[in-house]
Structure formats: structure tokens, C-alpha cells
Design a protein around this ligand. Structure first.
Ligand code: TYC
Length: 102
């Protein structure tokens, strides 16, 4: 009994170590005011896209309301959301960025 309880705990711990961490998509939301060039700049600067990729994603967001910028662990996704939000605010644009479970 005690042995099998212990075995269960060891199994759980190994499972946690092997299991992939939950992943999150970072998304940008469309709005009527943020300039298209600024969004392309954000996508290049924070999501390592080239200008062709960034333009595609920006237009998807513009026409569909939102778009995926990248997929990250929780910590990295939170960091991206904070950096993008601060950058947009510092340039006085209403651009919104959020994360959702992938
Ligand atoms: N809709 C904006 C415009 O017409 C452009 C835009 C694209 C804004 C993507 C935000 O996440 C965004 N200037």
C-alpha cells in the first residue's frame, strides 16, 4: 500500500517532468486607429517576422479582427503581451495584444 502510493507519486513527478508545458498564442486585435505601418513594425520587432510575413499577418488582423503572432510558454507569452502593450502605449496607439491557450 505505502509502496504503491510512493510509486504513484514518483510516476506523477516523472510525468510532470516529461509533459510539455501548456502553450499560448499571442494575438493582436484590430482597431480603427493604429497605423498599419506601426503594426508591421511591432510584428517585425517583437515577433521576429520579415516585412512580407508581418504585412500578411497585419492584413489578416485588419480584415478578420485578430491574428496569431506566435506561440510561446506562459512566461514568454506574458512578456510579449507586456512589451507590445507598453510599446503601443508609449506611441499613443490603442493597439491591444493578448494571449490565449494554443
Ligand atoms: N485597422 C487599422 C487601420 O486601418 C490597422 C490595424 C491592423 C490595426 C492590425 C490594428 O492589430 C491591428 N489603420
Amino acid at each position: 500500500k505505502e509502496l504503491s502510493d510512493h510509486t504513484e507519486l514518483v510516476k506523477e513527478r516523472i510525468e510532470q517532468q516529461v509533459k510539455k508545458p501548456p502553450m499560448y498564442n499571442v494575438v493582436l486585435l484590430n482597431d480603427d486607429y493604429t497605423p498599419m505601418d506601426f503594426v508591421v513594425d511591432v510584428l517585425c520587432k517583437f515577433f521576429n517576422m520579415n516585412s512580407d510575413q508581418a504585412t500578411d499577418v497585419m492584413l489578416t488582423i485588419h480584415y478578420e479582427g485578430k491574428g496569431k503572432c506566435g506561440t510561446y510558454t506562459a512566461e514568454v507569452a506574458e512578456m510579449k503581451v507586456n512589451q507590445v502593450s507598453r510599446y503601443a502605449k508609449s506611441h499613443q496607439h490603442p493597439l491591444r495584444c493578448s494571449m490565449e491557450q494554443a
